[in-house]
Each structure stands twice: as structure tokens, then as C-alpha cells.
Design a protein around this ligand. Structure first.
Ligand code: TRP
Length: 335
């Protein structure tokens, strides 16, 4: 245990929202996986966050398993990291309550994501407003030093840092102040049909998004119909956003730099280029798809993984929670 205790703590969480796509994989999950050997990693599936907007119970349950199977297929390893479901660990909502008591209401009302989501909701639950406080609890409960997040979550991480500092000032040094972690190699993958928009699972155009479980045939069709740009040169320039996106995908899949790839396609057309992109994606995703087929059908095994993850996470969570309870002046629970 002492050898893992020295490793910096990494935590990230995701809502169980269905299928992962190539952008999630190349831009995020691949990088999380790469941190597992030299960090103490916590990867949470946040079902308590998911219910801040209306959800269908059966979908939530299925998506939670689906999410776990996909993460494992992408290389998150329950033997190295703690893969857990938020509602399985006592401490997230408990700590969120305490942080909520020191969190200025105005700061929550100013959150971009709250304003955005609440404007699309007929009735707005209090949970949607306090969502970022629960996220702060997710992070601080494990004393995470690095938190891999996308651009859209940076404001929430800023709030987490503010709350940690305020708690430390008010009650004495307790929490590590977390840093956002943006991977150097994190590729920003765009829609195959509109390279000005990020690749998204909810894109209405079916050919815009490659899912990690797509078959080689589906991948071939989607890359075949991906928008390219006028001209025939394979170059990553501002006037070629479609080709640039495909070059970035190829680069992320092969590990070769964009300039090296441009060089290798000099004098060749889009046909050769698209074949190479297709092959690279198929090679990258085939093992992922095969592992997913194995894991997703075995709920017994997935439940075992969740048990292991919850036990690992709970150990750390209890430590932090009892420290926090003591600091705020709660009387110790009689044993
Ligand atoms: N809010 C994040 C999202 O929607 C998910 C999340 C919840 C999270 N808790 C977290 C991300 C803690 C990082 C750390 O993407």
C-alpha cells in the first residue's frame, strides 16, 4: 500500500450517457488509461449527477453497465484503478452537503452549464443548481491532485478549488487543491460531416460520428462519406478543416505526427488517404470492440468489478469523510 500512497491521485468521472465515440476515446479515455501505472486512479460513473435531469430508470441502469464495459474495453483496468459507481460509495453526497453549506449561492447561479441546462428544462430541480457542489465532493473526497476534464468542465473545477480553499481556511488544512489536467496528446476530434463542430454522440447525422463499437464496415462507410475539402492535397491547413480532422484522427491512431503524414501523402489523392484513415481506425478500434463484446454480456463479472471498485474507493472516502466530520465539529458516531 505504501508504494501506491506516494503516487499522485488522479480522478475523473463521467455520466453514464450511452455510447462512447472516437472523440471520447482518442481525446480522453486513452489518456486516462495511460495514467494508470504511475498514478493512483479513480474513475467514477456518476449516476447521482445523471438524475439532475429527467432520466428513465431502466436506461440509467443499463447505461451504467454499458459505460463500465466501454471504459474497460478502452483500457481502464480494475486491477490498477478504482472503477466505481458514485452511488455505491458513502461520502459523495455527505461531503456535498457540507461543501454546499459554504458555497455562495450566486456562484452556482452564474455557472454556464446551469444557465444552459436550466433554460432547456421546464421545471428546474435544486439538484441541477447544486450539481457542481456534488462534483467538487467527488474530487475532494479522494484528494485528487489532477482532474482530467474537458474545456466545458473548467468552471466547475474552478469552483471546486474555491470550495477547497475556503474549507481549508475556515477549518484548517484538509483538502488538496486539484488542478485540471489537459493531456498534451489529447486530440480534438471533430464531426465527420461538419468539421466546425465537435464529434458528438447526439449528432443527428448518423455518418458524423464513429462509435468505438462500430464494425469495420460501418467505419469504412463513415470515413468514405466524410466531408473533405476542395483541391486534392492532403494538408492540414485552415481552408481544409475536413482533411485536417482526418489527419488528426490518423495521427492519434498511428502515433505519427501530422507533418510526417502530410509528407507521406504528397502526390496522392483523397482516395488513398481515406483508405489509410479507415485502416488506422479499424486497427485501433478492433481490439476495443472485441473486448466490449466480451465484457458487456457478462453482468456477473461487471458486478464483481464494481464491488472491487467501490471497496477501494470507499476506503479513501471514509478516511476523508471522518476527517471532515471531525473538523466541522460533528460528534463522533458512537460505536
Ligand atoms: N460534470 C462532469 C461532466 O458532465 C462529470 C463529473 C462529475 C466529473 N464529477 C466529476 C468530472 C468529477 C471530473 C471530476 O462531464
Amino acid at each position: 500500500m505504501s508504494e501506491t500512497a506516494a503516487k499522485p491521485v488522479v480522478l475523473t468521472c463521467a455520466q453514464p450517457t450511452g455510447r462512447l465515440h472516437l472523440g471520447n476515446y482518442l481525446g480522453a479515455v486513452l489518456n486516462w488509461g495511460a495514467m494508470q501505472d504511475d498514478h493512483e486512479c479513480y474513475f467514477g460513473i456518476v449516476d447521482q449527477h445523471a438524475i439532475t435531469v429527467p432520466t428513465v430508470p431502466a436506461d440509467l441502469r443499463n447505461n451504467t453497465y454499458l459505460c463500465l464495459a466501454q471504459y474497460m474495453a478502452c483500457g481502464l483496468d480494475p486491477a490498477k484503478s478504482r472503477l466505481f459507481v458514485q452511488s455505491h460509495v458513502i461520502g459523495h453526497t455527505e461531503l456535498a452537503w457540507i461543501l454546499g453549506c459554504i458555497c455562495p449561492l450566486g456562484q452556482l447561479e452564474r455557472m454556464t452549464q446551469f444557465k444552459d441546462k436550466s433554460s432547456r428544462q421546464e421545471s428546474v430541480g435544486a439538484g441541477l443548481l447544486t450539481y457542481p457542489v456534488l462534483m467538487a465532493a467527488d474530487i475532494l473526497l479522494y484528494n485528487a491532485a489532477k482532474v482530467p476534464v474537458g474545456e466545458d468542465q473548467k468552471q466547475h473545477l474552478e469552483l471546486t478549488r474555491d470550495l477547497a480553499q475556503k474549507f481549508n481556511r475556515t477549518y484548517s488544512e484538509t483538502f488538496t487543491i486539484p488542478e485540471p489536467f489537459i493531456a498534451k496528446t489529447g486530440a480534438r476530434i471533430m464531426s465527420l460531416q461538419n468539421p466546425a463542430a465537435k464529434m458528438s454522440k447526439s449528432d443527428p447525422h448518423a455518418a458524423a460520428t464513429v462509435f468505438i463499437t462500430d464494425t469495420p464496415d460501418e467505419i469504412r462507410q463513415k470515413i468514405g462519406s466524410a466531408v473533405t475539402d476542395s483541391g486534392s492535397e492532403v494538408r492540414a491547413t485552415a481552408d481544409k478543416p475536413g482533411v485536417t480532422n482526418l489527419l488528426q484522427i490518423l495521427s492519434a491512431c498511428t502515433g505519427k505526427s501530422v507533418p510526417v503524414l502530410e509528407e507521406s501523402f504528397a502526390g496522392k489523392g483523397y482516395g488513398d488517404f481515406k483508405r489509410a484513415v479507415t485502416d488506422a481506425i479499424v486497427d485501433t478500434l478492433s481490439p476495443v470492440r472485441e473486448r466490449f463484446a466480451l465484457y458487456s454480456t457478462d453482468r456477473t463479472e461487471l458486478d464483481k468489478v464494481l464491488k472491487l471498485g467501490a471497496e477501494g474507493a470507499q476506503k479513501t472516502a471514509y478516511k476523508t469523510l471522518s476527517k471532515v466530520y471531525r473538523k466541522v465539529g460533528f460528534v463522533e458516531r458512537p460505536r
